[in-house]
Design a protein around this ligand. Structure first.
Ligand code: SAH
Ligand code: AVI
Length: 346
């Protein structure tokens, strides 16, 4: 079920909001902060301030992730677009500002003239602004923006993909955002993506590579403290949206590489023993000194892991590209006719 708005001034634009996906914050905060250990889902980082802080993170000297993927897209855009075949419709999960995507839009529009682009993001305001900028900059672009949790695209995407069956659908999932899902959820998401696609459609997935701890950890604990602000903004958000009384001076940011799990973990650490009231939920949350809220995982990958993930979810690896330091990979997957899973197909 979707609600739809059109911008009357530009008929190359539509924006749909998936219903029933906006009221989750209070529910997820109650669930996460009454659990042991305490957790919060990372999708709640991205309110107005959080999305701005993420943009600032991408400019930090320590955060090599965006720069490395930018290098790949900049160097290999021609090859990547050639590998898509032609013509295509572009869908992007967690599109944010679509900044890195622009190089692909340039090449695709050069090649096929008009292009349909379906950016999907949880931050509706950012999505709207980004779409307006893209429409101003690209006169041959048609943008159908979708405000939704990308794990629940089953109900919003199929109607948008039903038309224009001449086009190959290409889904972009850049920035290693796949790494913010736990392993089971990574599989589930790729299976969902596979279900809405047709055989031969493609998925270009950005995967941050496993690397030395002394490169990984500073990327998530930068000297300026921008990532700390990004993390602690969850407390600010609970204060303003749920009437919580978190005193930010009593909490600090912590990020470390968990070798065994192959992931960066981000936590909010309570520096003292304290109790915090959340008015809208009518609860008090008790924190021991040193207790943490686990706010994000950022899994790091190697080629074999991505190939296995693809094989288990109905895709096969077509090609992959890496940057000069081999820090990051963009891997092109092709939707197969059947999902290799005991006894069922897509
Ligand atoms: N693709 C961009 C942005 C990555 S940041 C890049 O590579 O730089 C992650 C983006 O995904 C943010 O814009 C955030 O709002 C969005 N996002 C995070 N979790 C999401 C979810 N569950 N559903 C939809 N969008 C999500
Ligand atoms: C969006 N995502 C891939 C980022 C990452 O690197 O895991 C989010 C982020 N968290 C802290 N810094 C950046």
């Amino acid at each position: 079920m979707v609600a739809s708005t059109r911008d009357a001034s530009v008929d190359r634009f539509s924006l749909v909001r998936a219903h029933g996906q906006h009221d989750d914050f209070a529910h997820d905060v109650r669930l996460g902060l009454t659990a042991s250990p305490k957790t919060l889902p990372p999708k709640y980082f991205y309110d107005d301030l959080g999305s701005m802080l993420f943009e600032a993170i991408c400019r930090l000297p320590e955060y090599y992730v965006s720069r490395s993927e930018g290098e790949i897209l900049g160097s290999f855009a021609d090859e990547i677009v050639q590998s898509f075949g032609t013509p295509v419709r572009l869908i992007e999960l967690g599109s944010g500002t679509s900044r890195k995507t622009r190089v692909l839009l340039d090449k695709l529009i050069q090649r096929q003239r008009a292009l349909e682009y379906i950016p999907i993001d949880i931050d509706g305001e950012l999505l709207h602004q980004t779409a307006q900028r893209l429409l101003e900059d690209y006169s041959d672009l048609f943008v159908h923006a979708v405000v939704a949790d990308f794990r629940r695209i089953d109900d919003v995407l199929p109607p948008l993909l039903a038309t224009g069956s001449q086009q190959r659908n290409v889904v972009l999932f850049l920035g290693s955002t796949i790494g913010n899902l736990d392993r089971g959820d990574q599989k589930e998401l790729l299976r969902t993506v596979r279900r809405v696609l047709f055989p031969g459609d493609m998925l270009l997935i950005g995967a941050d590579q496993r690397k030395r701890k002394d490169i990984l950890e500073p990327a998530y604990s930068d000297a300026l403290g921008v990532t700390a602000a990004f993390n602690l903004n969850l407390l600010v958000r609970m204060n303003s949206e749920l009437g919580a009384q978190f005193n930010l001076n009593n909490f600090r940011h912590r990020a470390f590489f968990n070798e065994e799990e192959g992931r960066i973990e981000m936590h909010i650490v309570s520096s003292v023993s304290q109790s915090v009231r959340i008015e809208a939920l009518d609860i008090e949350i008790i924190f021991a000194s040193g207790e943490t809220i686990h706010t994000e995982n950022s899994y790091k990958f190697d080629d074999a892991e991505i190939a296995a993930l693809a094989g288990e979810t109905g895709f096969a690896v077509e090609r992959s590209w890496t940057d000069s330091r081999r820090f990051f990979a963009d891997v092109l997957l092709v939707a197969q006719t059947a999902v290799r899973r005991t006894g069922d197909s897509v």
